[in-house]
Every structure is written in structure tokens, then in C-alpha cells.
Design a protein around this ligand. Sequence first.
Ligand SMILES: NC(=O)c1ccc[n+]([C@@H]2O[C@H](COP(=O)([O-])OP(=O)(O)OC[C@H]3O[C@@H](n4cnc5c(N)ncnc54)[C@H](O)[C@@H]3O)[C@@H](O)[C@H]2O)c1
Length: 252
Amino acid sequence: MRLQGKVAIVTGAGSGFGEGIARTFAREGAAVIVNDLNRAAGERVAAQIAETGGRAAFVYGDVSREEDHVTLLDEAVSRFGHLDIVVNNAGTTHRNKPLLEVTEAEFDRVYAVNVKGIFWSARTVMPYFVQRGAGVMINIASTAGVRPRPGLVWYNGSKGAVITASKAMAAEFGPHNIRVNCVNPVIGDTGLTAEFMGVPNTPENRAKFLAGIPLGRFSTPQDIANACLYLASDEAAFITGVCLEVDGGRCI
Ligand SMILES: NC(=O)c1ccc[n+]([C@@H]2O[C@H](COP(=O)([O-])OP(=O)(O)OC[C@H]3O[C@@H](n4cnc5c(N)ncnc54)[C@H](O)[C@@H]3O)[C@@H](O)[C@H]2O)c1
């Protein structure tokens, strides 16, 4: 078990990549705070982890709100004793469309969740990690942050901000034995796929996106979870400030 004795928060863990990360962490021995805005989805994931012998608790929260991060940290410590790992996975996008059609409300929502969510996470957990003398933060960015394409301009920009802020946090908090890394998934089959494509998730529409991925398939929650597992584990003790593309070669 690669995370035996560790405690992790996974945001947006009610579906998609976050669900895969939460299940994998629990299977590897971590106690997991399963966070989501969608109560039914998050409760389902936490219950299924518990049914298979893992340790998990659902904690409702909107990552764009400071007080919800405080609750996540409090719940991790009160239920499981301490906190070792935060995976900032919750994210959203505007639909794939021309820049001039993206509204202010869509822009604000994307930045509130994808960027400000990590601002609040850092403001909440870094003082705790500094006091403890150790901590791991993993931020789920995207290939969109390093290889942007038309139609997702402000989503691309939000993930670029996540990548740069993660590297800067790695530099600032390294002396406190806190590691900060990113995982950059290529398009996968999740709740956001149709929004990313801007068209229905049909085989014909997927073909265009598949053509740009040398390994010839979309990413899966297990692909992303496996990368997070490595970065969260002590095997990655000397890895910080890295943005790991999990993309089947998309960014080559
Ligand atoms: N699916 C892809 O193709 C893809 C590619 C690259 C990066 N990503 C990133 O992966 C991450 C996970 O997305 P996914 O694809 O699994 O999508 P998803 O919609 O399946 O899962 C996202 C989860 O986050 C939750 N969520 C949304 N806003 C929230 C908030 N404010 N507070 C708490 N929870 C919230 C949703 O309820 C949902 O359960 C996101 O950061 C996304 O940008 C996805």
C-alpha cells in the first residue's frame, strides 16, 4: 500500500477524474475526504469506498469559497487525525466556443473554481502544512494550459494560471518540506467532455480529438489517478514543481 497512514482531501471527487483519484488513494491505504458540490455524487463515492473496506467521508463544499476549504481541513483532522495530501481536482469550463461568445459570468465562474479555488486551498492548508513540516499539494491542470487550442481560450488561461502558481508555490514552500505538483490530463470521458468538445460526445465528434493523441485514446480516471498516486507517495519525495502530462503524447 503506497499511501498507508496518509490522509487526503480530493476536491470534485463525486465523478470523473476526482472519483478515480479518491478510489485509488483509498485502495492504497489513504483515508480520503471526498469533496464535491454534488452531494449525491460525493456521498455515493464515499459509501462505495467504505463498502470495499476503505476509509472515506463525504464533505460537501464549493471550492470557490474560503470557508468550505476551512471545513475540509477541519473535517480531515477531526475524522482522521491529520492531513498529508490535497488534490485540487474540482474544475469547470465554459463551453468550447469562440472567445467573443464567452460571457462575463462564464469567465468569472471558470476563474472562481479553477484559479481562486486553489488560492483558497493554499491559504487554508499551507499554514497547516508549514506547522506540520510536511505536505503535498497536487493540482489538476490540463494539457490546455501548455498546448492551448481555439475555442477554450479562458479555460486554457485558467489552467495556465494553475500551472504557473503551482510552480511558484513549489519554490516558495519547498523550504518547508511541502511539495506542489500538477497533473495535466488530455481530454477524457467525464462530465465535462461535451463542454470541452463543444459538440455532443459521439464517435464521429471524438475522432477529431483522437487524431491528435499519438497513443490513440482518451485519458481515463485511472490514468490520472495513477499519476496522482505517484506524486502523492513518498516515492516522489524529491519531485516538486513538476507538471506531468498524462496525455498519450498529445503535447509532443
Ligand atoms: N475531462 C477532461 O477532458 C479534462 C482534461 C483536462 C483536465 N481536466 C480537469 O480535470 C478536473 C476534473 O474534471 P472532470 O473532467 O473529472 O469533470 P467532472 O465534471 O466529471 O468532475 C468534476 C467534479 O467537480 C465537481 N465540482 C465542480 N465545481 C465544483 C466546486 N466549485 N466545488 C466542488 N466541486 C465542484 C463537480 O460536481 C464534479 O463532480 C477539472 O479540473 C478539469 O478541468 C479534465
